[in-house]
Design a protein around this ligand. Sequence first.
Ligand code: MG
Length: 160
Amino acid sequence: MLRVGEGYDIHRLESGRRLVLAGVEVSSRRGAVGHSDGDAVAHAVCDALLGAMAAGDIGTHFPDTDERWKGADSMAFLAEARRLLAGRGGRVVNVDVTLVLEEPRIGAFRERMRARLAGVLDCARDRVSIKAKTAERLGAVGRGEAVEARAVVLVELPED
Ligand code: MG
């Protein structure tokens, strides 16, 4: 059975913080504010994966009130969601991400992000797509105050 999941995330950006996207640290004037490392791509893909399994969301699995997740590497959340999928006999078919960020340009980091996601999701890199765009200077993302990520994941699971 094929099942689709969708995920969305947004993080505030502030100077003096790290910007981590899909587990890759991107050189940037501003970084993400978050309880964990604020990796919007990892969070969106994790929610998409949980959504495909109808297994709740990232907040139910890794609550930001839990000290264990303070400053956490968000790729560990994704690894946990993927373990849940494997436990149900499932696998990732493909992932498509749209990153909305005014700056910096992430083209130079794209292949490393794809490789990190493919590694954690245990699928081939050509099954992982990362698209990036700006918000045309509109709204909070356009003013460089936030980073947004959207993700769609298709998974294959055994019939119930
Ligand atoms: Mg988040």
